[in-house]
Structure formats: C-alpha cells, structure tokens
Design a binder for this molecule. Sequence first.
Ligand SMILES: [Zn+2]
Length: 205
Amino acid sequence: MEFSSKLLENAVNEMSQLPGIGKRTALRLVLHLLRQPKEQSFLLAGALQKVREEINFCKSCHNISDQELCEICTNPMRKKELICVVEDIRDVMAIESTGSFKGLYHVLGGKISPMDGIGPQDLNIEALVERVKSGAIKELIFAMSPTMEGDTTNFYIFKQIQDFDVTTSTIARGIAAGNELEYADEVTLGRSIIDRVPFEASLKL
Ligand SMILES: [Zn+2]
C-alpha cells in the first residue's frame, strides 16, 4: 500500500494492529475520521487514553472496574459464598446479561494453554485459591468455554482446592463443545448455570 502521507501511513499502521482490522479496513477507518469534525477523533483518542490510564481491575474478582472493588463484589444483594469462575471479562458480561446468576465472579484472565505458553502462574489462579482458603466460599462454578484448554484449567483449579470445604460444579453442556461462552444465547447460558452439574460427575462423562 502506497501512501502519499507519512502521517496517514502511521495512523493506518497503528489502527491495523487491532484484531480483525487489516490494512484496507484501517485505511477506511482513518479516512472516515478525517472526514468527520476534528472533535470526533479527539474524543476517540481521549477515551482510549483515559481507559488505559485509569481503568482498574477489581482487587477481589479481577473484573474491570472504575473502583478498587467492582459493582458486583460490592453489591449487598449478591451471594458472596457462590463464585463463578470465568476466563475473561466478556464472560462476566455474557452471564450478567442472562440475569440468572446472583453470586460473584472470579476472572482468570485466560486459560491454561501450553501451546501458547500460558501456564497457571500467568492467570489469577492463586488469588482464587486464596479466596477459597479464606473459607467464605461454599461453591465454585466452573464456567470456562468447553474446550480442551478450558477443561485443563478447570481440572488444575479443582486439584488446588479439592482439600478445602468447597463444592465444585460446572455449567451444563447445553453449549456445544468447542463453542466460546460469549456466543451462547442468553437463555441457553442462563439455563446451563442453573442446571450445573457436580464437577466430579463431569469428569466421568
Ligand atoms: Zn469484583
């Protein structure tokens, strides 16, 4: 791609670093911004800068939050003894939109994947084990995507906490194996949490 302006080329290169954005799409987006009033671009740039500089992760569940503790963790109506273990923030959003879950979350920040060089130490697993050790948790629900990496992660955590007084369950596999959690429709996802099965039973299937 030949550019008549170095500034334009830089902007397109930066934009095309984003997932799913190739050079052609990046060029279209940059040209679109150039046709809009300057303020539009400044608002976008400002929002991106602010989100990077100021956003926090909840100290308890690692959900994205504007405060030290997120709105779910501080909500007195939520069941603090029930924890849903998820891969990332998109899963929290998907499960919240079902309205079926009234407990708290624990966001791992990924899944164990030796192929990608991601081990347990790269995830928020130790913090989860600490939460279980504190004794305040009665049940952990594994809601990882039903992939091999998701299963490996569930099993690793299960091994870490099986000696503590906590029940483990896994969401019902209404979601087809290999599907990502965030794409499950709300009704199916909501029901799969309500119809959860004991984790050890899921191992024998
Ligand atoms: Zn939280």
